[in-house]
Design a protein around this ligand. Sequence first.
Ligand code: GLV
Ligand code: MN
Ligand code: MN
Length: 415
Amino acid sequence: MDELRINIDRLMGRIDELAQIGAIENTDGCARLALTDEDKAGRDLVLTWMRDLGTEITIDGIGNVTAVWAGPDTDASLDPVMTGSHIDTVRTGGRYDGNLGVLAGLEVVETIAEAGLSPRRPIAVGFFTDEEGSRFPPDMLGSLVYVGGMSLEEGLDTVGIDGAILGEELDRIGYRGGAPCPAAAPHAFVELHIEQGPVLEAEGTTIGAVESVQGISWTEITIKGQSNHAGTTPMDLRRDPGYAAARIAAFVRELALEMGGRQVATVGQIKLHPNLVNVVAANATLTVDLRNTDEMMLQQAEKQLAVFCDELAESENVTITSRSLARFEPVVFDPEVVDRVACTAEALGHSFKRMPSGAGHDAQMLARVCPTAMIFTPSWMGLSHNPFEYTEPTDIAAGANVLLHVLRGLADEDG
Ligand code: GLV
Ligand code: MN
Ligand code: MN
């Protein structure tokens, strides 16, 4: 492995500049929900950096942006090696989730360009629309459309939690492009991302060579009961959606603990209506996020939740309906690309660990169409989807240098 290394100050400078857009007061975090004004401003800034690098930029029908760079002796007719991630965030986002993968990709291109190198294949750096899915479910919507897993029409028609239509928001911010979806598959895809969990930090390991992504099941549950006076309605005559929602939240937690292994369960959102201190709620809406690396176990969790809801509806005399917001099976990455990540980390002198990903990522969609893997760097206290998300600059440099050399190796491949 030669001595070429990325410029960490330049990379940290860009992470900081992008994080100023939608900055959350008194924190290092930011809020750039997909297709909001903040997302547009973030996109505009990243596009200026893409243009400065002399890349060829395309925007597709769902707003995914791809910047392709070729050196003077690169064979532009070959499929590019691709990297990237997302720049949208959750409402309480950190500055690294997604953004690191996009900006490190640009940093890798700049490093290679500055060194006057020409890999055989072009290098593409992309950012995908609405990875978080917290405004427009499902998560990874843009990359799902990119690989043909969802039609463009369905993607554009997606209704957000605020009632907005994805396609209209895309037009409003000027990011509905003409490039086709699904896109042509790249030669390979590698995404750098923070771990967003506690494993690497706890073990003192610098690099995660990500072998798989766990399956994801998001369900929205709606409970309807009878709104009534909190003081006069006897307990045994209530039809209380607030209580039923609480029972479901407690049930999924107990279920995950009972199942053990890698089963996790989260109720991240509960909305009561009319949401008043002295009124038994008329209805409740809550979300359940179930994840497992094992598809059969995930299905078992889903079934048990459905049975529980049926029994609860009967015993509490409420109606319970549910609708799927997202459902993705576990994904196994390409063993050869994972090996490349592990070998490159070792050659650069970094400790590394082969591991699954707990979070969903655009890479899991790209894995449907080309050899794919991911590189993880540690997260302070395992925190993410939290403005206090933090990764040491030395770890960011390590991850970006692994990305640099993995991409260079793939970009010089035949085939
Ligand atoms: C996406 O960020 C997810 O894993 O929820
Ligand atoms: Mn992410
Ligand atoms: Mn995220």
